[in-house]
Write a protein that binds this ligand. Structure first.
Ligand SMILES: [Zn+2]
Ligand SMILES: [Zn+2]
Length: 135
């Protein structure tokens, strides 16, 4: 367990599900999310997703996080696990936007997006999809 100094952060540092790099807290319009400095992926806890969906221009902000990230495609057969609880993540493809696939933890509702994926999602599609998966 290592705690960082940020006042609103009482969760331990999360490891990137993609490459294991310790993710960094990034402030997006007041919502603190975890971003991997190695691959540019973004982890959102369930509450963070809801907050982001309610924030105007959040997609623009997230797009701004990506310019230096490489858009390499990680091996699709890699097993990814939730950085919060170690559960295996479920790959989810967005029906209306088939080129986008993200990883969902059905245990805690967290979601992981490879670099560039999150900004491509319409917030409506994302919200509906997550809602249906979580019941
Ligand atoms: Zn990563
Ligand atoms: Zn989880």
């Amino acid at each position: 367990m290592n705690r960082n100094a940020q006042p609103n952060s009482n969760d331990p540092a999360a490891a990137c599900p993609c490459d294991g790099t310790v993710m960094r807290k990034v402030d997006v319009e007041g919502v603190v999310v975890d971003r991997c400095p190695g691959c540019g992926g973004v982890w959102l806890d369930l509450g963070e997703l809801a907050q982001l969906l309610g924030v105007e221009d959040a997609k623009t902000e997230i797009a701004d996080l990506d310019p230096e990230a490489h858009t390499h495609a990680p091996a699709s057969d890699t097993v990814r696990v939730c950085p919060r609880d170690g559960q295996r993540l479920t790959p989810v493809r967005v029906p209306q936007q088939a080129h986008i696939e993200y990883d969902l933890c059905t245990h805690c509702g967290g979601t992981f997006y490879d670099a560039g994926e999150l900004r491509d999602l319409s917030r409506f599609t994302l919200a509906e999809r997550v809602k249906s998966l979580l019941g």
